[in-house]
Design a protein around this ligand. Structure first.
Ligand SMILES: [Zn+2]
Length: 271
């Protein structure tokens, strides 16, 4: 089969991307014909590792790896994904699809002994309005909502790299219809877990994607964007898992009265 036929039969991919990654075009797959068939390459132009889940429909083609497959592509890396070799004397073709998400779903593990800093200024005190598995919007989620006025400085609870930022929304409401309107940022920790800080005010994020932040560093100003019944900061740490599962985890905090404590709903905390 000639290279011309190969190009005619190869169909474009279709990516299935989760809502939080809709504008994320950091992963691309490209094809290079060879004398024996075709090699697919995958490239990550983002600042963090991505887990990619890839599958293909093959017609009279051998692949050098079993499908479907899941792999991690490190930040900035282009690597060989798959070699395809047509069977002789047969009409052949292939089509593929893939989806991807931030983080290393194979190796991320949360360090349960890590002690987080409360995500606001020393001396300030705020109530946890909704805690783990809260009835309003945290069912099945280990997340914390700190009730605070719009514009309150937000500080990193743990050091890491900023891997996603959104701050262009000025819309929020108390129903799920505003779920995709929240400003937020994600910070990747050294153990592969990811912190989500959410509901920042319009233009209220003070850091950029790719920036490494220290624990306690100012990262933005709280707000009321997205699915939110009143001004607050939503804080959640999750471990990325295969199938784009976000396995949220409980986190210990240092406070003025304790070296290490799990925070409870309706209690106020300062450090
Ligand atoms: Zn929340």
């Amino acid at each position: 089969m000639t290279k011309l036929n190969l190009l005619v039969l190869a169909l474009l991919c279709c990516g299935f991307i989760t809502s939080m990654a809709q504008n994320d075009k950091h992963i691309t797959v490209s094809e290079e014909p060879t004398d024996d068939g075709v090699i697919l390459y995958i490239e990550n132009i983002g600042v963090c590792p991505y887990t990619v889940e890839f599958d293909a429909e093959l017609t009279n083609v051998r692949a050098d790896k079993a499908l479907p497959m899941s792999i991690v592509v490190p930040a900035g890396m282009r690597m060989e994904l798959l070699r395809l070799e047509p069977k002789p004397n047969a009409r052949w073709g292939y089509r593929y699809n893939f989806n991807y998400y931030m983080g290393d779903a194979f190796n991320a593990r949360h360090d349960g002994l890590y002690v987080y800093q409360l995500p606001y200024e020393k001396g300030a005190s705020f109530v946890v309005g909704q805690g783990y598995n809260g009835d309003f919007s945290h069912r099945g989620e280990k997340a914390l909502d700190f009730v605070m006025p719009v514009g309150t400085p937000v500080h990193a609870a743990r050091e890491g790299m900023v891997i996603k930022v959104r701050s262009d929304s000025n819309r929020g409401c108390g129903s799920e219809s505003c779920r995709d309107d929240g400003n937020y940022l994600l910070i990747l920790h050294s153990d592969g877990s990811i912190a989500n800080y959410a509901h920042f005010k319009h233009r209220g994020v003070a850091v950029k994607e790719g920036e490494v932040v220290a624990q306690g560093q100012l990262i933005g100003y709280s707000g009321n964007t997205g699915w939110s019944s009143g001004p607050h900061l939503h804080f959640q740490v999750y471990v990325p898992g295969l199938g784009n599962k976000r396995n949220s985890v409980a986190t210990y905090f240092r406070t003025a009265s304790s070296e290490s404590v799990l925070l409870r709903e309706k209690q106020s905390y300062k450090w």
